[in-house]
Every structure is written in C-alpha cells, then in structure tokens.
Write a new protein. Structure first.
Length: 329
C-alpha cells in the first residue's frame, strides 16, 4: 500500500527524528510498507541531549588542538639576559653583547642557514660563543659549515666541545676541531685567553666535555682539569667560562659568568609550573634545564639549545633559542 501525505498533514505531523532504516508511516511520501524509503524526515531535529554532549566535546577537541599547536610551535626565539656588573654606570655604561649558540646538532634554519646567520648578525655581537654539540654525532656536518661560513670574521668566536662531537661516528673529534678552527674560531680546551673589548679586559675560558675520557683520552678527568681554574690568578675586568654541561657548575666558582647548553630546556615546559621535564645527565626535573641562575655573585646562563630535529622527546612549550647576553660595565 502506498502512503501519501499532503502539505497540511506534514505541518501537523509530529516532529520526530527518525532512525534511518526504521519505518515511520507519517513521514513517508513515497515507498511502501514492505519497501520503505528510509531517508525521509519531515522535521529532523537534533535532540537536546545529543547537542549538549557534542557541542562541548567539539569545543574541547578544538581547544586541545590549539594548545597542542601552541605547545609544539618551534619558531626560533631570542631571549635576552642583561647582566649588570657592580661598576655599571647608568649614564655611561659599556655594553658588551654576546651571542650564545648551543646544541645546534647541525640543524639548518632557512636556506643555507640564512635565518640563523641573519639573526646572529642582527644582534651585532661583540663575542660569539659556540657552547658544544654544534656538530651532531649522526647528522651531516653541513649545517655547522654553513653557519661558520656565514659568521666568519663577524665577531671573535670561541668554541668548546659537547658530548655529541665526541660521540660522532662520521668524523673524529680531531677532524671536527680542524673544521671549526678553519673558520677562524678559537678552540678552548681546558684553556683560557684574554681579549680586550671596548676597553674592558675579558678572560674567556672553555672546558672540555667529560666524554673526552670515554672517546679520546682514558686518563682525562674533568674534575682534575677544573682545578686549574680554582687556582687561577689572573687580572681581568670580567671572567667568563664556556662549559657545555651545566650540571658541573659547582666546579667553577672562579668565574663571573658561566654559559652552558646540553639540557635542551628539559624538552617539556609547563609555563609557571615546570621548567623542564628531563635533561641528559640530570634526569627528570633537571635543576639546570635552561634560563638564568644565580650562584652568589656568579651568573649562570643555560641555553635551551637550537635543535628541533633530534629530540628524544618533542619540545613542548620549549622553542629553540638563540641566547643573547648583554653585559653592562
Ligand atoms: Fe650535549
């Protein structure tokens, strides 16, 4: 039997939402009881219960995606740390700018490293520090070559080893040192040098990564090597140490400023709650994950590093950074 309904019947028909495939005679314009047309509904209406469930769920998913997108946003940032020495004069102070590059792991920013080089040059630094793990143990060295080529001769540049340079399977540590030195970079290997910048005499020292013992010299002991800096008796306006590893800071009380990397910001940051979840050689909830630390008069700045390509954990609320330090005298 064919069932038909007029327009007036439709208006007066009960407003019900039909389940597809279930026969509801008052909604059917065509079809038979034996072969009903399943997708005809006079007044489809989403039930109040369904809407109240789906709407907040949809909003929650959108919010979660937005938070995830913000959390994993990996645009390069340039934090600025300003250090005022005791003799800084508010009116005629001398400002020495340092760019701290750590844990690049051969990553490349922009075509031929153009983005990173441009950002470094935009600071017009007086000094550039390469604080270890610039070369990765697995990735090709091209990223480091491009960087060093781009900043060659731009400012006095100093380098110390990191653990990954010692771990490299592609290049020996000797080859890496030679590569870096070829661009006019000073290698600091448990050694120091003095440099005059804007009339201020700076002592700049650098220490080897403790992995030197494992990969190059079995007799090496980084704690013994640190002793020479305890006994250092040099006149300088300001003393700076470059040490790839931040967790060894207590071995170097002699210096006014110590700069480090290695911790990668602890990979996961929860703003205002957690400054780093995990860092190599410090474990979970690392003390020196990244940022500025004060040890008495000594300032310790730990870069969160530049690599985004080789994380063991994703970087969450932890963008790669190119650190700028402004020392006022
Ligand atoms: Fe490292």
């Amino acid at each position: 039997m064919v069932i038909r309904s007029s327009n007036s019947e439709r208006v007066n028909a009960p407003r019900k939402c039909l389940t597809p495939g279930v026969w509801h005679p008052w909604t059917v314009k065509t079809g038979t009881a034996e072969h009903p047309s399943p997708r005809k509904c006079l007044a489809p209406k989403v039930s109040g219960t369904n809407a109240s469930v789906w709407r907040p769920l949809f909003l929650a998913v959108c919010l979660a995606l937005l938070l995830l997108s913000c959390a994993t946003h990996n645009s390069l940032v340039m934090p600025l740390y300003t250090i005022e020495s005791g003799e800084a004069d508010k009116v005629e102070s001398i400002c020495i700018k340092i760019v701290l590059i750590a844990d690049l792991h051969n990553d490349i920013y922009g075509t031929d490293q153009a983005v990173l080089i441009q950002k470094i040059k935009s600071v017009e630094p007086d000094l550039i520090f390469l604080a270890g793990d610039i070369v990765d143990d697995k990735q090709p060295i091209e990223g480091t070559r491009l960087l060093l080529e781009g900043i060659e001769g731009f400012a006095p540049t100093f380098y110390v080893t990191g653990n990954h340079e010692y771990m490299s399977r592609r290049y020996s540590i000797k080859t890496i040192r030679q590569e870096i030195q070829a661009y006019g970079v000073t290698i600091l290997s448990d050694s120091y040098t003095k440099i005059n910048i804007k009339g201020k005499e700076l002592l700049i020292a650098g220490v080897e990564d403790p992995f030197k013992k494992k990969y190059e010299d079995k007799t090496y002991d980084y704690k013994k090597a640190a002793l020479k800096f305890l006994e250092l008796d040099e006149e300088a306006d300001y003393t700076i140490l470059i040490s790839h590893r931040p967790e060894t800071i207590r071995l170097y009380p002699y210096f006014d400023l110590v700069v480090s990397g290695h911790a990668h910001g602890g990979q996961v940051i929860i703003p205002k709650l957690l400054n780093g979840l995990y860092a190599p050689h410090q474990g979970f909830f690392p003390r020196y994950a990244g940022g500025r630390y004060q040890h008495g008069k000594q300032v310790h700045i730990v870069s969160r590093g530049l690599t985004v390509m080789r994380p063991r954990l994703p970087r969450i609320y932890n963008p790669p950074e190119l650190v700028v330090i402004s020392c006022l005298f």
